[in-house]
Ligand binder design. Sequence first.
Ligand SMILES: [Zn+2]
Ligand SMILES: [Zn+2]
Length: 131
Amino acid sequence: MGKAYKLDCDTCTYTENIFVGFGLAYMSLESVASFVEDAALKRCIEEFIGNPSTRYDAYDALYVCPDCQAIRNELFIEMKSDSSQYRISYTCPRCTSVMKQEHIENNVLHHLSCPACEKGKLKATFYMDWD
Ligand SMILES: [Zn+2]
Ligand SMILES: [Zn+2]
């Protein structure tokens, strides 16, 4: 089951809803492929589906830019088979650095700076489960 959090800046009015975790749509790679919009990723998933040795991990994750603090809420997916492996990565929409995945827990994100004002710290508040 996934969790939804609200991120709030302690200095400005920045606020963002973030969904993290494992939803019902991630129960099979076929299901993940059906909602992925990126054509190259969809083709890659389909190749792994064709290989019976494939193992995978997929969930919604929070990505943070290490250079400018921009935030993206995206699908994490990693697939491994006997012959190949794939792990998704995201680049920052503002500065194109490779973004890092951050784990989110209730009330403990104080090390994350606000992407809007860059002075404040973000706080995460749990607000619902989703599936
Ligand atoms: Zn702020
Ligand atoms: Zn950046």
